[in-house]
Design a protein around this ligand. Structure first.
Ligand code: C2E
Ligand code: MG
Ligand code: MG
Ligand code: MG
Length: 280
């Protein structure tokens, strides 16, 4: 009987896996089609430097509008794209769009650095770092105007080759940020060992900072460590003035969140930046 139950379990499992991967194959093709058909775009969320009160850079975030599914959130499709491999094409699209948009910002008189998100899988190609540097140079985008955001899992020992690409990019002036800092495992020891310039404290640690004792203690700890290692800190997902004030008082001056601005298309970003210029 146990055997029977076992085989039943297996077949249900197989069925789930089959459906799961069928869905992934469908989405994979829809993503590649969508890239060809202009369904994807890039939005930008400004990051404030609270000391200078200037928006020093912005983060590029991909958006997908599918004709039937309507808006699909990045959280939904990025993890699938990472598994199917479509993330490579998606990453190329974002990279090239950012180069074009950076040139437009530049022409409009805004010297803004742009951060892009990258997944581990995009670093597998042998020549990836050299290719990216060549593209930046072709577009006359200075390397220091580029920040690459990766997650902590990228910096694990099994990703040695990927880390070498990061090192090469960093040697060429590109800044490396750890996204969603604190949510991964090996947070602290690797910071010293790996090529990192910036940590972005994940929103989940900041929701009740200054109110909740545990959150406050953790965040203070992150800030101390970053300071002792000479790293820049960006606070992500700030929605209230209380959060922003606490962090600024603790010396965390780079702040990003709906409190200041939502991610927006380039045309809105230009308008936003012009409004800021007038305001200050
Ligand atoms: P992330 O890089 O940590 O980006 C921050 C996410 O938080 C964005 O979600 C942003 O819209 C959202 N956010 C910003 N401020 C606030 C706030 O004040 N409150 C709340 N509730 N949310 C806020 P989004 O755009 O849906 O992106 C989700 C994730 O998808 C990103 O997290 C990033 O990991 C990934 N992603 C987005 N674009 C790309 C891309 O071009 N390539 C890759 N590889 N991943 C991307
Ligand atoms: Mg990010
Ligand atoms: Mg994040
Ligand atoms: Mg993230």
């Amino acid at each position: 009987q146990a055997k029977r139950r076992g085989s039943l379990t297996v077949s249900v499992f197989d069925e789930i896996m089959r459906k799961y991967s069928e869905q992934h194959i469908i989405l994979h093709h829809e993503m590649l089609e969508g890239l060809k058909n202009g369904q994807f775009s890039v939005h930008y969320q400004p990051v404030l430097d609270t000391e200078s009160q200037q928006f020093s850079h912005c983060e590029a975030l991909i958006r997908w509008y599918h004709p039937e599914r309507k808006w699909v959130t990045a959280r939904e499709f990025i993890s699938i794209a990472e598994q199917t491999g479509a993330i490579v094409e998606i990453g190329q699209f974002v990279f090239e769009q950012v180069l074009r948009d950076w040139a437009i910002l530049q022409q409009a008189g805004f010297e803004l650095n742009i951060a892009i998100n990258r997944s581990v899988r995009e670093f597998v190609d042998r020549d990836v770092a050299a290719n990216w540097l060549a593209k930046l140079d072709n577009a006359h985008m200075p390397h220091h105007a580029r920040i690459i955001e990766i997650t902590e899992s990228m910096l694990m020992d099994r990703n040695k080759r990927q880390v070498q690409h990061l090192e090469m990019l960093r040697k060429n002036g590109i800044k490396i940020a750890i996204d969603d800092f604190g949510t991964g495992y090996s947070s602290l020891p690797y910071l010293r060992k790996y090529p990192v310039d910036i940590i972005k404290i994940d929103r989940s640690f900041l929701t009740n900072v200054s109110i909740d004792d545990t959150q406050t203690a953790l965040v203070n700890g992150f800030l101390d460590i970053a300071r002792s290692l000479g790293l820049t800190v960006i606070a992500e997902g700030l929605e209230t003035a209380a959060q922003a004030d606490y962090l600024a008082a603790k010396g965390c001056h780079y702040q990003q969140g709906f409190l200041y601005a939502r991610p927006m298309p380039l045309s809105d970003l230009l308008e936003f930046l012009r409004g800021e210029e007038k305001g200050s």
